[in-house]
Design a protein around this ligand. Structure first.
Ligand SMILES: NC(=O)c1ccc[n+]([C@@H]2O[C@H](COP(=O)([O-])OP(=O)(O)OC[C@H]3O[C@@H](n4cnc5c(N)ncnc54)[C@H](O)[C@@H]3O)[C@@H](O)[C@H]2O)c1
Length: 283
C-alpha cells in the first residue's frame, strides 16, 4: 500500500484529496496545524509546517503513527491574497513549502505533488492575457505576493529536481476551488461578465482537484512539471467565445472554443496525466 502525506489536509481542497486518496487505496497521513475531526485519513498528525524540525519528523516517522512515506502532497498555505498581510502570507507559505521540499529530500521521498495556483497565469488579468485559452506555455506573471510565492515555489522545485535527478515534482495550478454548495451562487455570475473575468470564468470542483492530485502522484516521470487544473466548462451560461470577444477584445483566441469551454486550458493535464473532470456546476 502506498503511504502518502497530505499537508493542508483539513482545508477545502485537502479534505477532498484525503477522501479521494483513501478511496483509491492509499494510506493517507494527514498533516495540518488545525485538526479535522471528520478526517478520512488513516493517520492525522498536528504539525506547524513553518517549523523545520517538525516537518522533518512528520515526513520521516512519527512514533507508531507512520514509519516512512512514499509520497507527499503539499497543499497547506494561506490560500489567497488579502486574507492576512502580504508579509504574513509570504512568510508562512514560502517557509512551509521550503520545509516540505527540503524535508522530503532528507527523508528520501521522490514523489511530490504540490498546489500551485491559477494566479501565476496573470490573474486578475488587469493586464490582458497573451492569448485565450491560457495555458502553461508562457512565463509566470504573478500580480500579488500570494502569487509571487507560488511562482517562487515553481522555481524552487526546478532546483530541487536538478539536485536530485530521481525526484518527480508536479505543481498543479488549481483554479478557484469549489464545493457543491458553492454552485448555488453560480447563476448570479451570469448577470455581469466582469464579475468573474479575473480568472477567465474558470473553477475547479474539489473532487476533480483531488482526481488531478492522484493522477499526478501516479504519473511516472522525473523532473519538474506544472499543469493548469480546472473544470472542463466555465461558470457562465454565455458562450465562451462571446465572453472572450466582449471582455478581452484584441486578445487572440488560438482555437475554436466549445460552447462553455474553460478558458484555462486543461489540454496538457488531459494529455499527460490522463486528467478528465467528472463534475460540473451544470449537474
Ligand atoms: N481555494 C482556492 O480557490 C485555491 C486556488 C488555487 C490554489 N489553491 C491552493 O490550494 C491549496 C489548498 O487551498 P484550500 O482552498 O484548501 O485552503 P484552506 O485554507 O481551506 O486550507 C489550507 C490548510 O492549510 C493549513 N495550513 C496553512 N498554513 C499551515 C502551516 N504553516 N502549518 C500547517 N498547516 C497549515 C490550514 O490550517 C488549512 O487547513 C493552497 O496551497 C492554495 O494556495 C487554492
Amino acid at each position: 500500500m502506498t503511504t502518502v502525506a497530505v499537508t493542508g489536509s483539513s482545508g477545502k481542497l485537502g479534505r477532498h484529496v484525503v477522501h479521494h486518496l483513501q478511496e483509491h487505496g492509499y494510506r493517507v497521513v494527514a498533516l495540518d496545524r488545525v485538526p479535522d475531526p471528520g478526517s478520512a485519513a488513516a493517520v492525522s498528525v498536528r504539525v506547524d509546517l513553518t517549523d523545520h524540525g517538525q516537518v522533518v519528523e512528520a515526513l520521516t516517522a512519527v512514533d507508531d503513527r507512520h514509519d516512512g512515506l512514499d509520497a507527499v502532497v503539499h497543499l497547506a498555505a494561506i490560500p489567497a491574497p488579502g486574507l492576512t498581510t502580504n508579509a504574513a502570507t509570504f512568510s508562512n507559505n514560502i517557509t512551509a513549502t521550503y520545509n516540505v521540499f527540503a524535508a522530503a529530500r532528507t527523508a528520501g521521498i521522490r514523489n511530490i505533488v504540490w498546489a500551485s495556483s491559477e494566479t501565476v497565469l496573470g490573474l486578475p488579468f488587469d493586464t490582458a492575457p497573451p492569448y485565450i485559452p491560457v495555458d502553461e506555455g508562457y512565463p509566470v506573471r504573478p500580480e500579488s505576493t500570494y502569487s509571487l510565492v507560488k511562482s517562487l515555489e515553481e522555481e524552487m522545485a526546478r532546483h530541487f529536481c536538478r539536485w536530485v535527478p530521481e525526484l518527480k515534482m508536479i505543481g498543479l495550478r488549481f483554479s478557484n476551488v469549489m464545493d457543491p454548495e458553492d454552485y448555488a451562487r453560480f447563476p448570479a455570475f451570469d448577470a455581469d461578465p466582469q464579475l468573474r473575468r479575473w480568472n477567465l470564468w474558470a473553477y475547479i470542483d474539489g473532487r476533480d482537484g483531488a482526481q488531478a492530485v492522484r493522477r499526478a502522484l501516479e504519473h511516472e516521470a522525473t523532473g519538474v512539471d506544472v499543469f493548469v487544473i480546472a473544470n472542463a466548462d466555465s461558470v457562465m451560461s454565455r458562450r465562451s467565445a462571446d465572453l472572450a470577444a466582449e471582455v478581452y477584445p484584441g486578445v487572440p483566441v488560438t482555437r475554436e472554443l466549445g460552447e462553455h469551454e474553460t478558458m484555462l486550458s486543461i489540454d496538457k493535464a488531459r494529455r499527460v496525466l490522463g486528467y478528465e473532470p467528472r463534475f460540473s456546476w451544470r449537474g
